[in-house]
Design a protein around this ligand. Sequence first.
Ligand SMILES: Cc1cc2nc3c(=O)[nH]c(=O)nc-3n(C[C@H](O)[C@H](O)[C@H](O)COP(=O)(O)OP(=O)(O)OC[C@H]3O[C@@H](n4cnc5c(N)ncnc54)[C@H](O)[C@@H]3O)c2cc1C
Length: 294
Amino acid sequence: MNAFDYRAPRGLDEALAVLSEYGEDARAIAGGTALVTMMRQRLVRPSCLVSLRDVQGLDRIEAVNGSLRLGALVTLRDAEVSPLVRERLPLLAETCRRVATVRIRHMATVGGALAHADPNQDPPVTLLALGARVEIRGARGSRELPLGAFFRDYYETALEPGELVTAVTVPTLPAASGAAFLKFLPRTADDYATVAAAAIVTLESDGERCREARIALGSVGVTPLRASAAEGLLAGERRGENILRAAGAAARTSVDPLSDHRGSAAYKREMTAVMVERALAQAWDAAQRSALAR
Ligand SMILES: Cc1cc2nc3c(=O)[nH]c(=O)nc-3n(C[C@H](O)[C@H](O)[C@H](O)COP(=O)(O)OP(=O)(O)OC[C@H]3O[C@@H](n4cnc5c(N)ncnc54)[C@H](O)[C@@H]3O)c2cc1C
């Protein structure tokens, strides 16, 4: 590891000022679970680490206008066990529970999980399916982006140098909705996914036909991605094996996986179809239960 300065500001403005002072050579550090590994491997050599751990006000989970807002310093463990997240966004709590081990989840943060932009991560998949928006602050002000526009490429986001993720805002599901997150890991239970799929189905008032389906996938492209072709097949349809299978097959056309030690590209493409079909079946069943309970 290279020598570096270390700063631990207590306020956001101060953190942004230090990032500006050091320019592109500075790196924010939150939980450190990804960055420290990258530094050990000499993939990054920052001249200054700006710790966000003491920055006040970034660790809250709050309900805001039909959404939940999670500050960037909320840990994945906080999101997993928060009563508010479990009640309003159980899909997100369950997704966080599936990340790595509890030791990693106690350190890794929501902001770090987004800014790191590893396409094999789980929370971004579910956040993309849920239609989350990222709040960004820089020295020149604030902006907000839908998650789909935030991820640009392999480990690359829309963050400009000196900008920080400050929060993510996640809409809760409409009535008569059901959701599922499936992570296919043929190796160990704490591994990254070979394929991850999040599906959300919202039904019409008849409790039968699909009003909207949202499907997001991880580990099968350079960013987490939406399976738009599959989603498009489902609107107006009733649940049936054929339509679920067709949606799985359509999802295969949206992905462009890399071959690696978790599977060949062809295998991941096949498993995409399987996982999408299963996630949709679970989400649709949950949506029907939700519609019946109204
Ligand atoms: C052994 C191991 C297993 C793992 N398994 C999984 C898994 O199964 N599923 C999964 O989803 N993930 C997994 N992860 C990845 C883990 O989720 C990420 O490492 C973590 O989310 C990163 O968050 P962090 O707070 O530790 O980020 P850090 O390591 O502190 O930072 C990561 C990057 O984000 C930047 N950054 C951090 N916070 C901000 C911010 N607020 N604004 C702007 N930039 C910021 C940093 O500058 C750095 O570039 C695993 C990690 C490890 C080490």
